[in-house]
Design a protein around this ligand. Structure first.
Ligand SMILES: Cc1cc2nc3c(=O)[nH]c(=O)nc-3n(C[C@H](O)[C@H](O)[C@H](O)COP(=O)(O)O)c2cc1C
Length: 204
């Protein structure tokens, strides 16, 4: 798919068909996800991939049965793949303790970091996974783990210290569901111009 078309086409999918994603397709997406830039090339992102029946572990942890019946997006639970993305701050403090980065002082601890680059890089990885999935003709939703994150980490065996970036549901979109997410009607901010433009040329 052409890049501009891909960006313009990208919308979150919340209803899926349960058909599996071929492993060749999924592996290509995962491989693209690790080819992102990262601070000091620290590469402090990890993906936990759940396929088919394994996805019920995720839903059983995040969506208890008493909430499930009233859940607005029932066919989100049909997504054949869930990827949770995790960031590893220790990879960054370790990398920035090495001789070539020592002068930055960022090896001292995560408190020294004005911007938590592990979350920046994890987000780059999550975005790249999304674009790669759409490029394969799949639908994708990026969504939060919110207050369930530590439970998800535990049930998936994520080591201590890893920070949740978010979850991705992937699969073939169920195009018969034309509902949009509640926030989809929010107008996109204009490119530039007061009061709401995104771009500030020269100064804010
Ligand atoms: C950081 C982040 C968290 C999000 N969390 C959720 C979520 O928990 N549930 C959900 O349905 N959508 C979630 N979304 C999707 C947004 O609602 C969606 O991207 C936004 O409304 C714009 O719609 P579009 O992506 O289809 O253009 C999240 C998106 C981002 C970037």
């Amino acid at each position: 798919m052409e890049f501009t078309e891909l960006l313009h086409k990208r919308r979150m999918t919340r209803s899926f068909r349960p058909d599996p994603v071929p492993s060749s397709v999924l592996n290509r997406i995962l491989d693209h996800g690790r080819r992102v830039p990262s601070a000091g090339n620290s590469q402090g992102y990890d993906f936990v991939v759940l396929e088919g029946d394994q996805t019920s572990t995720y839903w059983d942890t995040t969506l208890p049965s008493d909430h499930r019946e009233t859940f607005r997006w029932q066919r989100l639970l049909d997504a054949p793949v869930i990827i949770t993305v995790w960031a590893n701050p220790t990879a960054y403090t370790k990398r920035y303790s090495r001789a070539d980065k020592e002068a930055t002082g960022l090896g001292r601890g995560i408190e020294a970091w004005v911007t938590p680059y592990w979350l920046v890089d994890g987000s780059f990885a999550a975005m790249t996974l999304q674009l790669a999935a759409i490029n394969e003709g799949l639908g994708v939703l990026f969504f939060g783990m919110f207050e369930k994150a530590s439970k998800v980490a535990k049930v998936l065996g994520v080591p201590d210290g890893y920070v949740p970036v978010g979850s991705l549901a992937l699969g073939w979109p169920d195009d018969s569901d034309e509902r949009l997410g509640r926030s989809a009607a929010e107008p996109r901010r204009p490119l530039e111009g007061a009061p709401d433009g995104v771009v500030h040329r020269g100064r804010w």
